[in-house]
Design a binder for this molecule. Structure first.
Ligand code: ADP
Length: 323
């Protein structure tokens, strides 16, 4: 194998750049040429492919986002789109691909491999930490720290004004980030899509806290909670209780950006290196994961078949410590 490609696809996450750097530098270390494909599968279809040198990835380990851009690509869902993508790879004699993204990007990679025999290795890049086959995804730790810092800042003003705040954390289908940032930020309650939300029970919780001397409270809400988003929950609570003056803060895309944490940089570096070695070992259809601090290779399909959910024991920690 002489040439490999790297692309970032789907939602961006902090640490993707560190992963790109690791793939490029490891490839060069082993005497390979590494091509950066811009805007994920879109760039494969349009031929937006450029050779990356060791210096092309200088000074990016500390940057959020992705220097090779990311995108979602409708055309790649269709076999015709993947034919074009395979042609681009053939033209550039690229024999293996490292795909940094989420489970959607992995499904695309499996299709490309099945139909055109392109060797594909996935790296988990998402802030949600909901991908199976790995304990942690690249970007989760940074986003967790960003959300925690936001909660800390809200707590300052909540305490000063004796106020109730709802803080909405990203997570349409996964409450992992909300749960952990709520525990780290000392939230009074945490509402996540994985468990049914009972508004009346939450109100009772708040009342109990007030009886015990609390004067302010923070409720962390995952954006995809079954009872609604933070605004909807605030209005339901206001309708049904004396807590009429709750304020809402949506952290939103702030969680996607920023300098990656040390944890994410190290994780991305270790995973990027392993991805290139896996391609050189003729591996394909696998993702790189971390399990008990060991870097492991798992089938790509584990990403969705063994989806990571937060352990219900974390809910217990949150509830006991909120008393
Ligand atoms: P993520 O990788 O973060 O989960 P998406 O689910 O948006 O993000 O997927 C990113 C891209 O991967 C899609 O825009 C599409 O080009 C490709 N993709 C996703 N699912 C499939 C699929 N089932 N078949 C082919 N390509 C897919």
């Amino acid at each position: 194998m002489k040439r490999i490609g790297v692309l970032t696809s789907g939602g961006d996450s902090p640490g993707m750049n560190a992963a790109v750097r690791a793939v490029v530098r490891t490839g060069i270390y082993y005497g390979l040429e590494v091509y950066g494909i811009e805007r994920g599968y879109k760039g494969l279809i349009t031929g937006d492919v450029h050779l990356l040198g060791a210096r092309s990835v200088s000074g990016i380990i500390n940057q959020g986002g992705t220097i090779i851009y990311t995108a979602r690509c409708k055309e790649f869902f269709e076999p015709e789109g993947r034919v074009k993508a395979a042609q681009t790879l053939k033209e550039h004699q690229i024999e293996g691909l490292v795909i940094i993204g989420g489970d959607g990007s992995y499904r695309g990679a499996l299709a490309l491999h099945a139909e055109h025999g392109i060797r594909c290795i996935g790296l988990p890049g998402t802030i949600d930490n909901d991908i199976g086959g790995t304990d942690y995804t690249i970007g989760y730790d940074t986003a967790l720290n960003t959300a925690m810092e936001a909660i800390d800042r809200i707590r300052d003003t909540a305490q000063s004004h004796d106020r109730l705040f709802y803080v909405e954390v990203m997570g349409r289908h996964s409450g992992y980030l909300a749960m952990m940032s709520g525990i780290a930020g000392g939230a009074e309650d945490i509402l996540v899509p994985e468990t049914p939300t009972d508004i009346d029970q939450m109100i009772e919780h708040l009342r109990t806290g007030m009886k015990r001397g609390k004067r302010s409270a923070i409720i962390v809400v995952a954006e995809g909670d079954d009872a609604g988003n933070a605004y909807e929950i605030a209005s339901k609570v206001a309708e049904r209780s004396e807590f009429k003056d709750g304020r809402v803060t949506v952290i939103g895309h702030l969680q996607r950006g920023g300098r990656p944490s040390a944890f994410d940089r190290v994780l991305a570096s270790r995973m990027g290196l392993r991805a290139v070695e896996a391609l050189m070992e003729d591996e394909t259809g696998k993702m790189v994961g971390i399990s008990g601090n060991n870097i492991v290779l798992r089938p790509l399909s584990e990403a969705w078949e063994c989806r990571t959910l937060f352990d219900p024991k974390f809910l217990r920690v949150a509830h006991i410590l909120a008393t």
